[in-house]
Design a protein around this ligand. Structure first.
Ligand SMILES: *[C@@H]1O[C@H](CO)[C@@H](O)[C@H](O)[C@H]1NC(C)=O
Ligand SMILES: *[C@@H]1O[C@H](CO)[C@@H](O)[C@H](O)[C@H]1NC(C)=O
Ligand SMILES: *[C@@H]1O[C@H](CO)[C@@H](O)[C@H](O)[C@H]1NC(C)=O
Ligand SMILES: *[C@@H]1O[C@H](CO)[C@@H](O)[C@H](O)[C@H]1NC(C)=O
Length: 769
């Protein structure tokens, strides 16, 4: 980065970094280590990476990405492992697990602590590529045509969001960080381990070293101790056999401590409260200096959304989207998709703009904010990458991307207009598969584009669900394997309950499940949300319930009626110091699955099945949503610019022995449900500010009954129960799409009915239970 820009600011800043009670690693001195001394590793591991023959091991060179071509017998796809699996991974010849894990921790902490922020491969600079401090990295100036690049485009980092390039830009980002960590680990071994036998064990560990991922969609959303605990205890330590001499380290996955001054480095580090924080934080209660984490709150937020996240992952990976017959395709997107060219619809998978339903990006957004809470680094796009968990989180996103690629081998980056621009891309650019992914370079110094990052083997890694023995050699086998694994890891509520998990359910739940499955088919339900990314000042949430939200909004996420959150991941709308807004208004979309919560409701309410004739009246009576802003305070849903909510339904076939995964039907919008519920997300005003005393509720002028299950909805039930593949459903699709785009531009008549009917009392329970 342009360090000189920062130096004047640094000179005047006081050092607020609190002393950590842990030993700091000694500084790296990469200049001293030459590859000549390690011939066998050089041949096996280094040469293929296209480094210059006499290059010193200064991390990776010039932002070039060669991939780590290490592994047994030239295996160039070493598995990236889940963090908990890596923790228990044993190197052959070792009597206990931990050597690769310890090596990873050492490399990570050295990168964070021992490398000066003036080094482009320091944590501060690597993290700084993504967002703040919005300056060039490795001399990679804003992209072509550079003459078109004005200052307002540089109010951002290089990262691509709301973009067709979202999955492909982050892939080389991770690969580069992985290379830097690998090189640090390599140096550690060469400089510390003298004993030849011991060294051979460490080199075996090094071959297996890749970035771990954190699979947040399994294990009930548990936040692993490896990430959430603040201390790392070694099981192996290079070059020192006396355990009493091993240091106690602050866990480098728990937090990153900014080197003195870098967190408040002048104008480049923003004009908001993040400048005051000497280390990265999760769920702090505010942003005052010295504030601590609230890991317990992060854990419960993740847990409360676990069922929703698990179902979204299943659906995003397994859904079948058929152009022209899929009513969930928004009209804005229709013009740019040609089914025969993109049958699987990369656009709908890759990002949150111009679609409906969940995308890999919208799921990723939710996780960011569940970890960061209201005020943590992960919650704010330009600061998120400083928190080390960012890379484990994105590694999982990259894994879902690789799995999706295996399932949809004929679909890849389709063009999409870039919205706000990035440090390397001018706003309005037509992003395509050939767009350069700044600031990354290939081994010969040329720019990397999405085509160049298509295969993970290029970078020397794979994932358990896309194993090397099938990758590229057997696409049909790979696809089947990947889909089977997805269903095993992320089963739908109905598919898992139909087998052995029955004893986890109450008798009402089991009865409801029985009622819901007919001829191996059932209905999946979800709410689709579209909203303006810049509607509120920063990241905000739409919370869904089946039943009445609690009066105290702090209880929402833990009450039995809670379904899940739709979360907008953005950052403060305050202008940057140069006067330009950081966030461009864009419509973004996502979804929150309802089925799991509906199955739970079998025991709590009079809902008796997932079939439309039972579920539609139930949802009209019980589905509620509320919004909280970036400070966590409730906001009246109708006042959220651009917020649209709609329920949709997919007729699914349960896994069988022949097809061991859920087969989704098209998604059909049942827009009338949300219309009946109204723009305030339900007639009861609990949890909505500025409503209870206002005239909206004060004057019950009408005694109209609660909206009944009307004729219009009968029609919807009929069409929803039709075979999704039928001609009728196909031809009707565009109409329901149009409807879906403005589900809240409700006919006044319907709405006033809803409002009037709700005025009697806040306490009139809308639930059936
Ligand atoms: C869609 O793509 C196919 C194959 O590339 C092409 O033949 C067809 O003309 C395209 N259709 C439209 C409407 O662009
Ligand atoms: C964007 O680029 C693609 C691929 O080159 C092209 O097919 C498409 O027409 C372009 N769109 C616009 C709006 O320029
Ligand atoms: C927006 O949020 C930022 C902090 O993220 C705060 O400094 C600012 O005062 C807020 N602006 C408004 C209008 O609430
Ligand atoms: C649930 O009970 C309410 C009355 O409490 C009734 O109006 C409604 O129709 C019932 N819903 C279903 C799906 O049976």
């Amino acid at each position: 980065m342009k360090v000189s820009v920062l130096l004047s600011a640094l000179a005047t800043t006081t050092q607020l970094v609190s002393a950590a009670p842990f030993a700091a690693p000694e500084p790296d001195n990469f200049g001293d280590v030459h590859v000549h001394g390690v011939a066998h590793l050089y041949d096996k591991l280094i040469k293929k990476r296209a480094l210059l023959p006499d290059a010193t091991l200064k991390g990776t060179t010039d932002g070039r990405l060669g991939g780590i071509q290490s592994g047994n017998n030239g295996n160039q796809m070493v598995e990236r492992r889940e963090i908990r699996k890596l923790y228990t991974y044993t190197v052959s010849g070792d009597s206990q697990p931990g050597r690769v894990y310890d090596l990873f921790i050492i490399a990570l902490r050295r990168t964070q602590v021992a490398r000066s922020y003036t080094d482009k491969n320091s944590w501060w600079q690597l993290a700084g590529i993504h967002g703040r401090p919005f300056i060039s990295w490795n001399g990679r100036a804003p992209g072509a045509p550079s003459s078109a690049l004005k200052s307002e485009f540089t109010g951002t980092g290089y990262c691509t969001h709301g973009s067709t390039l979202f999955p492909t830009w982050h892939r080389p980002y991770l690969a580069y960080v992985e290379e830097v960590l690998w090189m640090s680990a390599y140096w550690e071994i060469q400089s510390k381990v003298k004993d030849a036998k011991e060294k051979a064990q460490w080199e075996k560990a090094l071959e297996q070293l890749r970035l771990p991922y954190w699979d947040w969609a399994t294990n009930g959303g548990s936040f692993p101790d490896q990430i959430a605990g603040n201390t790392h205890t070694f099981r192996f330590y290079p070059g020192e056999s006396n355990k009493n001499l091993w240091p106690k380290w602050e866990n480098p996955l728990y937090t990153f401590r900014f080197q003195s001054g870098t967190y408040n480095a002048g104008t480049n580090f923003g004009n908001d409260a993040f400048r005051q924080l000497p280390r990265t934080l999760r769920h702090p209660k505010d942003q005052t200096p010295g504030v601590g984490d609230n890991i317990g709150e992060a854990r419960s937020d993740l847990r409360n959304n676990a069922a929703s996240i698990q179902q979204q992952v299943n659906e995003v990976l397994l859904r079948s989207l058929k152009m022209n017959s899929d009513s969930s395709i928004r009209s804005e997107e229709r013009h740019k998709i040609n089914t025969s060219q993109d049958p699987a619809r990369w656009g709908a998978f890759s990002n949150r703009v111009g679609n409906s339903g969940s995308s890999v990006e919208s799921i990723h957004d939710t996780i960011h904010v569940l970890i960061g809470g209201r005020f943590g680094h992960m919650t704010s796009v330009p600061y998120s990458s400083f928190d080390p968990v960012f890379f484990l989180h994105h590694c999982n996103v990259d894994r879902l991307f690789a799995i999706w690629q295996a399932i949809n081998p004929d679909s890849y980056v389709t063009w999409q207009q870039n919205g706000g621009g990035t440090y390397g891309i001018a706003p309005g650019t037509n992003d395509t598969v050939n767009s350069p992914l700044e600031p990354w370079l290939n081994p010969t110094g040329g720019r990397l584009n999405s085509n160049a990052v298509k295969n993970t083997a290029t970078f020397g890694y794979g994932y358990p669900e896309v194993p090397k023995h099938l990758y590229q050699s057997n696409p049909v086998g790979l696809r089947r394997f990947a889909m089977t694994e997805v269903q095993k890891l992320y089963p739908n509520t109905v598919s898992s309950s139909s087998k052995r998990k029955r004893d986890l359910y109450t008798s009402e739940e089991n009865e409801g499940l029985d009622n819901s499955v007919d001829n191996n088919q059932y209905y999946e339900w979800r709410v689709d949300v579209a909203t303006d990314r810049g509607a509120l000042n920063g990241s905000y949430s739409v919370h869904f319930f089946l039943g009445k939200p609690a009066r105290d909004y702090k209880q929402w996420a833990s009450q039995p009626e809670f379904v899940g959150d739709y979360i907008v991941f953005t950052h403060s709308m305050e202008p940057t110091v140069d006067g330009n807004p950081e966030v461009v208004s864009t419509e973004i979309t996502g979804s929150v699955p309802l089925t799991n919560a509906m199955v739970k409701a079998f025991a709590r309410t009079n809902l008796t099945s997932l079939n439309p004739q039972d579920a539609i009246p139930f949802l009209i009576r019980n589905l509620r949503w509320r919004v909280t802003d970036s400070l966590g305070n409730p906001v009246r849903p109708r006042n959220v610019k651009g917020l649209k909510v709609s329920v949709s339904i997919s007729h699914c076939t349960l896994p069988t022995d022949q097809i061991p995964w859920t087969q989704y039907g098209e998604w059909t919008f049942l827009t009338e449900i949300a219309r009946r519920i109204g723009k305030d997300g339900g007639p009861d005003k609990v949890g909505i500010p500025d409503v209870s005393s206002s005239s909206t509720t004060a004057a019950p002028t009408s005694t109209t009954e609660a909206p009944a299950y009307g004729t219009e909805l009968s029609t919807l039930v009929t069409s929803a129960t039709e075979e999704p593949t039928s001609e009728a459903a196909t031809t009707e699709a565009p109409t329901s799409t149009e409807d879906a785009e403005a589900p809240t531009t409700t006919a006044d008549a319907v709405e006033s009915t809803v409002e009037a009917s709700s005025t009697a009392s806040d306490d009139a329970s809308p639930t059936d239970g």
